[in-house]
Design a protein around this ligand. Structure first.
Ligand code: EPZ
Length: 418
């Protein structure tokens, strides 16, 4: 596998384009199953999680063509309804393929998606709401089997605005003669992107982006082309990289309102931010100051940027209090940054960070996707050299993060290693 060798201390400056959204691409790729026709997708990020999802679609009998960020899926000859066990383990978010297979074939078989380093990642909200709308679920064998004859028109309520459960219920109910209303639905922009793509195919999904989403079943869908929205988490990661190095960066091909909580928190630390329709310009002043963060479902502060923003706070003047309300174990990455000199105490879902003047380089290991990105940003400002290993986590969700940061003036070398 690879590792990054990072020589710290370079201020980032310049402009960079953000890639397409990982978390919009995965449910949209799943949705290509439902039509049984051809779907052309543009601006799909060239990352491992997309490649794994394409492997699953091919194993199910779909024809897939990939030319870097352009993907064509023809699901006409799809003939399997069991998601391969080894691929389910590799990519737990492939659980949203379940909903798409149900919409097309009315039955599906899959194994429990594994948890990961940020939490147990259960799927109880997916399954209990499938049951409420008439989907029969058998969890007795090593597989979970779901099947139905007809979806029942229902008004359902999510106990928690789960992104995956919202997406799975939308996908599972696209086809049929029913009306489903999801109350307390997740409002993330990736769900709006999925709904826009489905509606272009001829589906009827209303209210995406609000907490009440209505799906009216239709008979069939058509061939379409669709461009994936920009990745708001990558945009936030690149902006925070500019801030942590005391640099001046401009992020293009982004939707500023998708990360407004990050922009206001960056301004609170002392950064200057200017936005246009599709770009964000950041000037990081010398001594940034500490701020408090509480992660919340959208439109609150996104949990995916908590590890990355927390890394910035390790070198901001003062004390910051971070409350992680979404995942039960999303501070693990910080153990590695403590080895670089960060002053942190963790009590349950609260992390207290006392800013230090500077971190020092070390050999560190990624524990998860966003934790890995945090270690890279720590390396950017650490004195000396930092080696970040176990990059397979990072390559799952960021397209060419090293190249993008080097284009802004960083000094990162990718080398073969553990
Ligand atoms: C999506 O995960 C994203 N992944 C995550 O991004 C993101 O952190 C998360 O939403 C929250 O915004 C993709 O879109 C592929 P949830 P998902 O269901 O759908 C609990 C990244 O780094 N829960 O909203 O799994 C769950 O345990 C990834 O790009 C249940 O209890 O998130 C968690 O505590 C990480 N039962 C909370 O809800 C369920 O049935 C939020 O989960 C489902 C979820």
């Amino acid at each position: 596998m690879y590792r990054y060798i990072i020589n710290g201390g370079k201020k980032l400056h310049g402009e960079i384009d953000v890639s397409g959204s990982k978390n919009a691409s995965l449910p949209i790729l799943a949705a290509t199953i439902i039509s049984g026709k051809t779907t052309k997708l543009y601006n799909v990020p060239d990352i491992e999680d997309v490649k794994t999802t394409l492997e699953i679609l091919k194993k199910l009998g779909c024809k897939v063509k990939k030319d870097k960020n352009k993907i064509i899926v023809n699901s006409k000859d799809m003939n399997k309804t069991t998601i391969p066990d080894e691929l389910m383990r590799k990519l737990r978010s492939s659980v949203i393929i379940v909903g798409a297979i149900l919409a097309r074939f009315k039955n599906v078989r899959f194994s429990y998606p594994g948890g990961c380093d940020i939490g147990s990642r259960p799927i109880d909200l997916h399954l209990e709401n499938f049951k409420k709308i008439g989907i029969k679920i058998d969890e007795n064998s090593r597989y979970i089997e779901c099947k139905y004859d007809k979806i029942d028109s229902k008004n359902i309520e999510l106990d928690f605005p789960s992104v995956g459960a919202t997406e799975n219920i939308i996908l599972a109910t696209i086809i049929g003669e029913h009306e489903i209303t999801i109350n307390n639905a997740a409002k993330e922009p990736e769900i709006v992107d999925l709904a826009m793509m489905l509606n272009r195919m001829g589906a009827k999904v209303y209210g995406a982006g609000s907490n009440i989403i209505k799906i009216v079943g239709v008979k069939d869908l058509k061939n379409i082309s669709y461009k994936i929205m920009p990745d708001r988490i990558e945009a936030g990661t690149l902006l925070i990289a500019g801030a942590i190095t005391g640099g001046i960066v401009k992020i293009n091909n982004v939707i500023p309102e998708h990360i407004s909580p990050i922009l206001s928190k960056l301004e609170e630390t002392g950064c200057e931010i200017k936005t246009s329709k599709d770009s964000i310009y950041l000037v990081a002043n010398k001594h940034l100051k500490s701020v408090d963060i509480k992660t919340m479902p959208y439109p609150g502060f996104p949990t995916d940027l908590q590890p990355i923003f927390s890394t910035l706070l390790t070198v901001c003047k003062g004390t910051s209090i971070i409350t992680e309300n979404i995942f039960e174990n999303r501070f693990k990455f910080m153990q590695e940054i403590q080895r670089m000199g960060a002053k942190v105490t963790i009590e349950g879902k609260t992390m207290i960070i006392k800013g230090v003047k500077r971190l020092h380089g070390a050999d560190v290991e990624s524990t998860d996707l966003r934790g890995g990105a945090s270690l890279v940003l720590a390396g950017l400002i650490a004195k000396g050299t930092t080696r970040v290993s176990k990059l397979e986590y990072l390559l799952r969700g960021y397209q060419d993060l090293d190249k993008k940061l080097n284009e802004l003036g960083a000094n990162i070398v990718r080398e073969e290693g553990d």
